[in-house]
Design a protein around this ligand. Structure first.
Ligand code: GAL
Length: 524
């Protein structure tokens, strides 16, 4: 935010009130546009583009901070302005999104995915847009042919066919992924020490096997087009060997577009080559994120485009679990197994908040019938232990992901986790619900502030989770009849780690706000 505070602060320091500044800027803008457009020789582009006085309208080419591979973040921002209302589209190397917002004098804010938090906050300064996006400063000038984003040849998506199942992920994949906590701050040392901690903390023994590197590992392509890792990862093969030596598996990340969401080089037009590179490094898992493929293809190309990498992995010579990351678009649950997808995202990105967590798992309820051994709905990775939810909320997070047969990819710092976090991630009785071989995904029934999720298990029993969505503790009731049992046999509370008794076919317990009662129940 420094750039914003800096420029706004500087104007205020010159003794101008905000309203004064705004009316001066409006007058200036009017004078400018009269002068510019009244000039006979002035071109149309000047009257309609960002050079038109202080209007923000037009197409702007922005550069941001350097990537870890030495390239720069780049984007173009196309804006239309009506009064103080702004609408437009941001096309970055790695993604594109519609934006809308408003200007106040020379200051402006633009919103994209989150209607409450602006994606871009900036100012018009001497004919340039200076903005902050994701805590990084960007500077934009009117687009010129030199500053247009590179245009790549369109590659026709292939005809559809079935890619053979790779035999992996008979139960939902378990492991750790770097993104939720480390984002771009992941490197070789982090991954090695995390692998060590996966073993020493007991995560590996509990079934967390994959150590997955998310975006920002990528370097540039060499003269033969082979994708290199950047300086944070000096030797991917050696890193994979290290992770394997711990009895773990290693995952990596790319996109079917030319760039990842973090704007690093990705697999567009290099699918087979990259799959072979990953196989040669010893990679066991690929998360393949739509990102800039959306700059090239419409959503109807999702299946053939994901099929391309499915084929490439299939012929790579190595069994590589295939994780589709397409935010639930394009009816993915219906076709992902046909492209040999082992898991597919059903939602946008999770964040470490109750609303996001509960929203994601609820959003994927309609896809429940499509989950099963080898292919799973993925409401995104775990936030347990990242510090912005209560222990009760994290227990609910773990319970719901297990009831939903979701992949369990921890997203916290395993090396330093607290005993409470450990007790949640390593609750083996809850993990057993997630990993149940029947592979059924629970769906919820709502009753006031309670949401009850019932998951049938391979042994004929069920797991039942009653989540208290309300603001205060309340008494939850589980009835044998609701579980389709005439009578209840053994019943166990999986967080209290003790057997419980149904009386006359009913069990009642107090559940804290945002907490969960999670039982494993057998019929009789
Ligand atoms: C997002 C994805 C996140 C993370 C990020 C990396 O599209 O949903 O999980 O992978 O990209 O840039």
């Amino acid at each position: 935010m420094q750039a914003i505070q800096g420029s706004e602060g500087a104007l205020l320091r010159r003794g101008m009130e905000r309203e004064e500044m705004q009316s001066m800027q409006t007058i200036e803008r009017k004078l400018w546009s009269v002068a510019a457009c009244a000039t006979v020789f002035v071109s149309l582009a000047v009257c309609s583009g960002p050079l038109n006085a202080q209007s923000l309208a037009g197409r702007w080419a922005a550069t941001g901070p350097a990537l870890m591979n030495g390239e720069l973040h780049r984007s173009t921002l196309e804006l239309a302005q009506t009064g103080s209302d702004l609408t437009g589209r941001l096309v970055a190397l790695g993604y594109s999104v519609d934006v809308k917002g408003h200007s106040t004098g020379s200051h402006f804010e633009l919103f994209a995915w989150d209607p409450k938090v602006p994606l871009i906050v900036g100012d018009l300064v001497n004919g340039e847009l200076h903005w902050v996006q994701w805590n990084s400063p960007f500077v934009a000038r009117p687009v010129t042919p030199e500053t247009e984003l590179p245009k790549l040849a369109y590659i026709e998506p292939p005809a559809l066919h079935n890619v053979p199942y790779n035999g992996l992920a008979k139960t939902p994949p378990m492991g750790w992924n770097s993104w939720n906590l480390f984002a771009e701050k992941v490197d070789d040392k982090t991954v090695r020490t995390m692998a060590d901690a996966m073993v020493s903390s007991g995560m590996k023994d509990a079934g967390y096997i994959y150590v997955n590197i998310d975006d920002t590992w990528e370097g540039v392509r060499d003269a033969k087009g082979n994708l290199q890792s950047n300086a944070k990862f000096p030797d991917m093969k050696a890193l994979a060997e290290y992770v394997h030596s711990k009895g773990l598996k290693i995952g990596i990340y790319s996109s079917p577009g030319p760039r990842t969401c973090g704007e690093y080089p990705a697999s567009y037009g290099h699918e087979e080559q990259d799959a072979k590179t990953f196989a040669a490094w010893g990679i066991d898992y690929l998360k393949y994120d739509w990102c800039s493929a959306g700059n090239i293809y419409k959503n109807d190309a999702l299946q053939p485009v994901y099929q391309k990498m499915g084929d490439a992995l299939h012929t790579s010579g190595r069994a590589i679990a295939y994780s589709l990351c397409e935010y639930g678009m394009g009816g993915v649950e219906k076709w992902a197994p046909a492209v040999s997808g082992n898991l597919w995202r059903t939602t946008g990105d999770i964040n470490d908040s109750w609303e996001s967590m509960i929203g994601n798992v609820e959003q994927q309820v309609p896809t429940a019938p499509y989950a099963g051994p080898g292919h799973w709905n993925d409401p995104d990775m775990l936030e347990i232990g990242n510090g912005h939810m209560t222990a009760d909320e994290y227990r609910t997070h773990m319970s719901l992901w297990s009831l939903a047969a979701a992949p369990l990819l921890a997203g916290n710092d395993i090396r330093t986790m607290t005993e409470t976090t450990r007790s949640i991630l390593l609750n083996k009785e809850v993990i057993a619900i997630d990993q149940d071989p029947l592979g059924k995904q629970a769906s919820p029934v709502k009753n006031g502030n309670f949401e009850t999720w019932v998951k049938p298990l391979a042994d004929g029993g069920v797991a039942v989770g009653v989540v208290n969505l309300g603001p205060a503790a309340a008494e939850a009731t589980v009835k044998a009849a609701d579980l389709k049992f005439a009578k209840v046999g053994k019943a166990r509370d999986l967080w209290a780690h003790k057997d419980v008794k149904f009386t006359d076919g009913v069990y009642t317990a107090s559940v804290p706000s945002h907490g969960v009662l999670l039982l494993r129940v057998e019929g009789k």
